[in-house]
Design a protein around this ligand. Structure first.
Ligand SMILES: NC(=O)c1ccc[n+]([C@@H]2O[C@H](COP(=O)([O-])OP(=O)(O)OC[C@H]3O[C@@H](n4cnc5c(N)ncnc54)[C@H](OP(=O)(O)O)[C@@H]3O)[C@@H](O)[C@H]2O)c1
Length: 271
């Protein structure tokens, strides 16, 4: 397993995203067996970093993840678990309540990482961070981060966090360089903040012929190339989602794919 190590934490470069585990905006218990099977196979294959949120399936994603982590019999320290507070819960009391509810649903005493899921107009970040900092001081959360924050908001969050911000989770993939263009990636790399790439392979781009030809030459799939391209970059980690065990295995093993600088330049030139 490849890791990013910073601020006394080691975070697997490839994690497992839990969006659609348990449902989408609402819980869909009818699909539980499929979700549980996907999570069990991810743990079995060696995924150790799981990304969920109170928003995912209205908390049911956290419940199913908690169930599978518990039944794995592995020690708590074996896993790195991220959850997120929703934008409508950014007031001081609401953050504390949301975190307590996420921990309860996950069956955990501590979250490894807790993120503001996305920013909203009119949010009171000092108030939110007053609660987030308290959660760290109380040992309910090991590290704080944000998601979908532009550079200005990221700097503001950084100034309010009593501990180093661990990540900004953002869309990033070969065809989506918006967080390169807005200066966030370079800022993260210069300031020891991870950029956690979400939706790393969710694009029609990964079904294109040029990428397919390149992947074939490397003995891999276009999706693996997309993930290898991400995790080759310093301070970049990725959290693909898949319900398909073969895809899950492919995605995890993408971290072992070697790409040269010439390969990176070629892939950059494809979009
Ligand atoms: N912070 C945020 O606002 C935010 C927003 C979006 C997502 N996220 C996080 O990021 C995670 C991943 O993002 P995402 O679900 O949007 O996109 P993604 O992981 O890039 O794409 C998922 C899709 O790609 C397919 N896929 C994955 N690996 C594949 C492979 N090796 N071969 C072929 N198909 C493959 C999956 O289908 P199969 O199931 O058939 O493999 C699924 O349809 C989410 O689960 C969530 O944790 C965060």
């Amino acid at each position: 397993m490849k890791y990013e190590t910073l601020h006394n934490l080691s975070i697997p470069k490839i994690g497992f995203g839990c969006w659609t585990i348990g449902g989408e905006g609402v819980a869909n218990p009818a699909d539980d067996e499929r979700s549980l099977t996907a999570l069990r196979s991810a743990v079995e294959l060696g995924y150790r970093h799981f990304d969920t949120a109170e928003y995912y399936a209205a908390g049911h994603s956290e419940e199913l993840l908690g169930q599978v982590l518990c039944e794995s019999g592995k020690p708590r320290e074996a896993f790195f678990v991220t959850s997120k507070v929703s934008p409508e819960h950014l007031a001081y009391d609401d953050v504390l309540r949301s975190c307590a509810a996420s921990l309860r649903r996950l069956g955990l005493e501590t979250l490894d990482l807790y993120l503001i899921h996305w920013p909203v107009r009119g949010m009171n970040l000092p108030e939110t961070f007053r609660a987030l900092n308290q959660l760290v001081r109380e040992g309910r959360v090991r590290a704080l981060g944000v998601s979908n924050f532009n550079l200005k908001l990221l700097k503001e969050a950084q100034s309010l966090s009593e501990t180093p911000l661990l990540t900004n989770q953002a869309p990033y993939s070969i065809p989506d360089r918006s967080y390169v263009e807005n200066g966030v990636l370079a800022y993260c790399q210069a300031n020891d903040i991870l950029l956690t790439a979400y939706s790393p392979v969710k694009s029609r781009f990964f079904r294109g012929k040029k990428l397919a030809d390149f992947a074939r030459e490397k003995g891999s799939t276009p999706f693996q190339i997309g993930l290898a391209w991400l995790v080759r970059q310093p301070r970049v980690i990725a959290i693909p989602t898949s319900f398909n065990p073969q895809h899950q295995a492919d995605n995890l093993s993408a971290q072992n794919l070697e790409l040269s600088q010439a390969d990176m330049d070629y892939l950059n030139s494809l979009v």
